[in-house]
Design a protein around this ligand. Structure first.
Ligand code: SAH
Length: 224
């Protein structure tokens, strides 16, 4: 990687500006969440040719036709998850690994599933370089049905849009656990928070409109 001198302080400034203008000003207030965003170098999670755009207020293209989510969306999903240290979290859609890194910095133990070999490999490399790999377990698979062998989870986050909330994900939540997932059609969704109150007792909160790439697989959309 060829960094020009001065790049790292330029990125630090852009990162701080992103935290204040895109997260804090829009209502992300959890101090530990904001601190996690200050610690994770987003520029390392975007393709080299997009590095100048790393802190832009939007999603960016990564490999295999996928996207790294907009910083605000990552912030909102993280705040809605209400993460405590030591929680066991399932993430479906590792993508760039940026959301994974934020959750690892918050002290969670991550189980992350990605179906693109290329993206999974790149994410693993980045998380290793940042010293976060000890907290992260990777799986290359269709994660739309969760990861039953290591369930239950305190939290589940799905970073691709689903046609409905997959039943196996609800089953793999611990009682008291939360699932954050975009649900809708292939092009636009609503961000939902599902809380498991009892073995068969769930409450659902609908938050904002959003646009994620589709969750492809058994409990998601068919691949085109
Ligand atoms: N949080 C990631 C978002 C990546 S986009 C980031 O900010 O970088 C969503 C990701 O979900 C894509 O990488 C896509 O390949 C992956 N994906 C889609 N369907 C999946 C499935 N059934 N199982 C695992 N990963 C899936």
């Amino acid at each position: 990687m060829n960094y020009q001198s001065g790049d790292s302080s330029r990125f630090e400034q852009a990162r701080e500006q992103m935290v204040v203008e895109q997260l804090q000003r829009r209502g992300i207030s959890d101090h530990s969440v904001l601190q996690a965003f200050r610690k994770v170098p987003r520029e390392k999670f975007v393709p080299v040719e997009q590095r100048d755009q790393a802190y832009a207020d939007r999603a960016l293209a990564i490999a295999d036709g996928q996207t790294i989510s907009q910083p605000y969306m990552v912030g909102l999903m993280t705040e809605l998850l209400a993460v405590d240290q030591g929680m066991k979290i399932l993430e479906i859609g590792t993508g760039s690994g940026y959301q994974t890194a934020i959750l690892a910095v918050l002290g969670a133990d991550l189980y992350t599933v990605e179906n693109s070999q290329k993206l999974a490999g790149q994410a693993k490399k980045r998380l290793t370089e940042l010293g976060l790999i000890d907290r992260v377990n990777f799986k290359l698979a269709d994660g739309s049905g969760g990861w039953s062998a290591v369930a239950p989870f305190d939290r589940i986050i799905v970073t691709a849009g689903a046609p409905q909330v997959p039943t196996p994900l609800k089953q793999q939540l611990r009682i008291g656990g939360k699932l954050v997932i975009p649900v809708g059609d292939r092009r636009s969704q609503k961000l939902m928070v599902v809380t498991k109150q009892g073995a068969n007792d769930f409450s659902q909160q609908v938050t904002i409109n959003c646009r994620f790439v589709p969750l492809i697989g058994e409990y998601g959309w068919p691949s085109e």
